[in-house]
Design a protein around this ligand. Structure first.
Ligand code: MG
Length: 221
C-alpha cells in the first residue's frame, strides 16, 4: 500500500525539514538543557543540582520560543559557561531518530531539494553535524539565529523563502513544534506536517493538533 502522503511528496519541489525532533533524536537536547547544563552550572556557581535545574528552567520559561532561547550567546553571557564544550564532550549521545537516515537517503534520491530549517544555533549545529552525518543528504540548511528571526514568526519564512527561492505552494514541511507548524501554514506551506514522535522514546508522543500529522519522517515515504 502506498502511504497516505505519497501525492504530497510527489508534488513537492522542496522538502523542508526541521532537525531536532525530526531528523535527530530530541533526547540529546533534553539531556543537554535539563541535565548537562544544570550540572555544569551547579559546579561553576557552587549551588545544588536542583537549584541549577530550577535556574535554567526559570530563565527558559521567560524566553521560550524567542530568539535568545535559541541563541547560545544569550546563555553564555548570562551564565559564563562554555556550552559548546559541554555539547562536544557528550556528542556521542547525539543520534539520528529511528529510520531518519534511511528516509533522508530515500528522499535525497528523488528529484527534489531537501532544505533544513532550524532554530538551533549554528555553533551547536556544527557539533551535531560533526557527530551525525545528516548534512550529506541535504541541499541547504539555515538557522533562525543566522536570519535573526525564529521559525515561530512570519519574518523567518519570508526571509527563508527568499534565501532559497522557495515556492511555499510546491513545498512540504515537517516539524515537531506545533507553533512552528502553524506559522509555516500561515506563511503558505499548506502541506506542513506535525511530527508526533520527536525522540526514540516511544512513550513520548506529541498530541496531534495540526491538520497534517506524521509519526516520523518515515511516514513520508
Ligand atoms: Mg524540533
Amino acid at each position: 500500500m502506498r502511504n497516505l502522503h505519497s501525492n504530497i511528496v510527489t508534488n513537492a519541489s522542496d522538502i523542508l525539514l526541521d532537525i531536532d525532533g525530526v531528523i535527530l533524536d530530541q533526547s540529546f537536547d533534553n539531556l543537554f538543557w535539563q541535565e548537562l547544563i544544570p550540572l555544569k552550572l551547579s559546579i561553576s556557581k557552587n549551588i545544588s543540582l536542583e537549584e541549577a535545574k530550577l535556574e535554567i528552567k526559570t530563565t527558559a520559561s521567560k524566553i521560550y520560543g524567542t530568539l535568545p532561547w535559541y541563541e547560545l550567546e544569550f546563555w553564555e553571557n548570562r551564565y559564563d559557561i562554555d556550552f559548546l564544550s559541554v555539547a562536544a564532550e557528550h556528542s556521542s549521545k547525539i543520534n539520528f531518530l529511528p529510520n531518519a537516515e534511511q528516509t533522508l537517503n530515500q528522499l535525497s534520491s528523488l528529484d527534489k531539494r531537501i532544505i533544513l530549517l532550524t532554530n538551533c544555533d549554528p555553533r551547536l549545529l556544527n557539533i551535531k553535524a560533526g557527530s551525525v552525518p545528516f548534512m550529506q543528504y541535504v541541499d541547504g540548511c539555515i538557522s533562525s539565529v543566522e536570519l535573526g528571526v525564529v521559525k515561530e514568526h512570519q519574518g523567518f519564512w519570508s526571509k527563508a523563502f527568499r534565501y532559497f527561492n522557495i515556492n511555499p505552494k510546491f513545498s512540504l514541511f515537517a516539524d515537531d513544534n506545533l507553533y512552528v507548524v502553524n506559522a509555516a501554514v500561515k506563511a503558505g506551506i499548506e502541506n506542513s506536517f506535525q511530527v508526533l514522535e520527536p525522540t526514540s522514546n516511544v512513550n513520548i508522543i506529541n498530541e496531534p493538533e495540526a491538520i497534517l500529522t506524521i509519526r516520523n519522517i518515515g511516514d513520508l515515504i
